[in-house]
Design a protein around this ligand. Structure first.
Ligand code: SF4
Ligand code: FES
Length: 234
């Protein structure tokens, strides 16, 4: 089948402002959007810039807007789009570095702000720090995050104010707050009990819709909110 791709292009070293370029390519219905971008880069225009690494939905580096929705280009098949016209644009809310590449540093700054690491200064036991299957299950969903930024950059509250920690940072905080072995939950709740913390979430659910790992992002944010309001991590 013939597919028409309209791709956002911007090279700050050459272009005064962004523009779109259109490419017509032959594609299989089972091709992924990433395959088409690779084809265009390989055969039409080697200057087309985008991030990708694993090509299998694991590394989180090829999040972009595909027909207006945040998706991983390596997880979207042409046949799933229901059209042979595909518009590809960079994520919203982060500065564009070139074409489909955005500057992820503001995103990672929020990530770092919630202490995204295990904290426990108690002397380690002889073997591992034990946890029941139920305790592990409590935060299982949020361990699946691959930091692709699809949630945070689909959030109108983040678009409105870049200081908002954003869904991904809260998902990361959730992963540690509800881990029974961690001891810094209260500290993380204090960080997110802030004008740029959890209260910026207005349960719009864009984040949940965008997450390629099917994480219940809005639910996780709600659980962190509840822990702050009740003072209980349970
Ligand atoms: S929660 Fe989902 S959408 Fe957000 S960064 Fe993690 S994997 Fe990506
Ligand atoms: S290239 Fe790694 S998630 Fe798509």
């Amino acid at each position: 089948m013939q597919v028409t791709l309209k791709i956002f292009r911007y090279d700050p070293e050459k272009d005064k402002k962004p523009h779109y370029e259109t490419y017509r390519v032959e594609a299989e219905p089972t091709d992924r959007v990433l395959d088409l971008l690779e084809h265009i880069k390989g055969y039409y225009d080697g200057t087309l810039s985008f991030r990708r690494s694993c090509a299998h939905g694991i590394c989180g580096s090829d999040a972009m807007r595909i027909n207006g929705r945040n998706r991983l280009a390596c997880k979207v098949l042409v046949k799933d789009l229901g059209t042979n016209k595909i518009t590809v644009e960079p994520l919203l809310g982060l500065p564009v570095v070139k074409d489909l590449i955005v500057d992820m540093e503001p995103f990672f700054e929020h990530y770092r702000s919630v202490m995204p690491y295990f904290v426990n200064d108690e002397p380690p036991p002889e073997r591992e720090r034990l946890q029941t299957p139920e305790e592990r299950e409590r935060f299982d969903d949020t361990t699946k995050c691959i930091l692709c930024a699809a949630c945070t950059t689909s959030c109108p509250s983040f678009w409105a104010n870049e200081n908002y920690a954003g869904p991904a940072a809260i998902v990361t905080a959730h992963r540690f707050i509800f881990d029974s072995r961690d001891r810094a939950g209260a500290e993380r709740l204090k960080i997110l009990d802030d004008q740029f913390g959890v209260y910026r979430c207005h349960t719009i659910f864009n984040c949940t819709d965008a997450c390629p790992r099917d994480i219940q992002v809005t639910k996780a944010i709600g659980e962190v909110k509840k822990a702050i309001l009740t003072g209980k991590i349970e």
